[in-house]
Design a protein around this ligand. Structure first.
Ligand SMILES: [Mg+2]
Length: 382
């Protein structure tokens, strides 16, 4: 086909540059495509997603004798970014097969040694920048962010080259660290759900989100989610410095310790303030009680336990249909934050007849108590 002559004003455009189009299809991949299934080398890294939220990549090494792992299993779990690897480019977010290096030169050797010592080695990572949402232009194809992660993990795991699995949470849900959804998925995958199947005393988690303050060597940690995850699971926690560089353990005290409130509530029973001894009573036929308390403080419980038997009706946002807090799976952090910001302690001067202060008291089974005692949110967790 003949090209027509360029228009006369074409000189204002730069001359066309020949670009080499790099194909992502290799000769090997083409050869593999035409190979009968029986002759194909099995894919080492298998990906799947759970609930359109959690990404799991399991790396298998064929033709290697299975690990001699006996029950109870010791789990060695690691965070990914700033723990196993760091970016080797200026941009923290430019994730690719070549944009990383080991956090410390000792990392690959230590991980391999753990595997040889019989540990189940896994990576547990929050990847909030990855979107699993369908891209209408490329149906059935990974989003660029997911593809980049897969490329990078492929290159990391191939260098380590022993069986290991990554769990990556992409959403603000039960999988996200410090919540334990990824750990539970791991237990299911490796058939470790039975009581005592995991050697909890020897298992551990290593991560850099440890809530540490700034030092002359280090920036302030961006979150506490790694430390909190280990506490929620009930296993030992190490920072990368402690684990890979044998630096001494830094003391750390949680700013917010949910379990402490259980102790306070039970030890205060019967010994504190008037409200404990003088029960709430109904004063007249027309009476309005206003609750002030953060989400989850027990306002509804107090209504059902105390006010409903006295004949009070209840009005809340659920009934008014403005919000449905009690039908939600998970309250957003903003619900608590906005309570703290807007709460003004009521005073009698405002015209209230009486102000009752009711201390928080946990009600529930031992199992529920364990769930309640976990760290559910970590500041700035990503
Ligand atoms: Mg990290």
């Amino acid at each position: 086909m003949k090209r027509s002559a360029p228009p006369t004003n074409a000189s204002i455009s730069p001359p066309p540059v020949k670009r080499k189009v790099e194909s992502t299809t290799t000769n090997k991949a083409v050869a593999s495509f035409f190979k009968p299934t029986s002759q194909k080398e099995p894919e080492k890294l298998i990906w799947r997603t759970v609930n359109n939220s959690l990404i799991v990549g399991r790396y298998n090494v064929p033709n290697v004798p299975p690990q001699t792992r006996t029950l109870p299993v010791k789990v060695a779990a690691f965070d990914l970014d700033d723990t196993i690897i760091v970016p080797n480019t200026g941009s923290k977010w430019a994730r690719s097969a070549t944009s990383w290096k080991w956090w410390d030169s000792s990392v690959p050797g230590r991980l391999k040694q753990l595997y040889e010592d019989g540990y189940l080695v896994v990576v547990i990572s929050n990847q909030g920048n990855i979107s699993l949402k369908d891209n209408s232009k490329s149906l059935q194809r990974d989003t660029a962010s997911l593809n980049n992660l897969k490329q990078q993990i492929g290159s990391i795991f191939r260098q380590l080259d022993f069986p290991l699995t990554i769990y990556a949470a992409t959403d603000q849900d039960r999988y996200r660290k410090p919540r334990v959804g990824m750990w539970q998925e791991l237990l299911e995958d490796y058939e470790l759900l039975a009581e005592g199947a995991v050697d909890m005393a020897s298992s551990f988690y290593v991560g850099d989100a440890a809530g540490r303050e700034k030092t002359d060597k280090r920036r302030k940690d961006h979150a506490t989610s790694d430390r909190d995850l280990a506490a929620n699971i009930g296993i030992k926690f190490w920072t990368p410095e402690e684990f890979f560089r044998n630096e001494s353990t830094e003391e750390y005290e949680h700013v917010f310790e949910p379990a402490k409130f259980l102790d306070d509530a039970s030890s205060a029973n019967g010994t504190k303030k008037d409200f404990v001894t003088s029960p709430f009573t109904k004063q007249g036929t027309q009476e309005l009680v206003i609750f002030c308390g953060s989400p989850g403080a027990g306002k509804s419980t107090f209504y059902w336990d105390v006010l409903q038997p006295l004949g009070f009706e209840r009005v809340n946002q659920d009934i008014l249909k403005t919000m449905n807090p009690e039908k939600r799976d998970m309250l957003p952090g903003i619900a608590f934050k906005s309570f703290v910001q807007r709460f003004q302690e009521p005073t009698l001067k405002e015209g209230f007849e009486e102000i009752y202060e009711v201390d928080f008291e946990f009600k529930g089974s031992e199992e529920q108590k364990k769930v309640w005692s976990r760290y559910w949110v970590s500041k700035y967790s990503t």
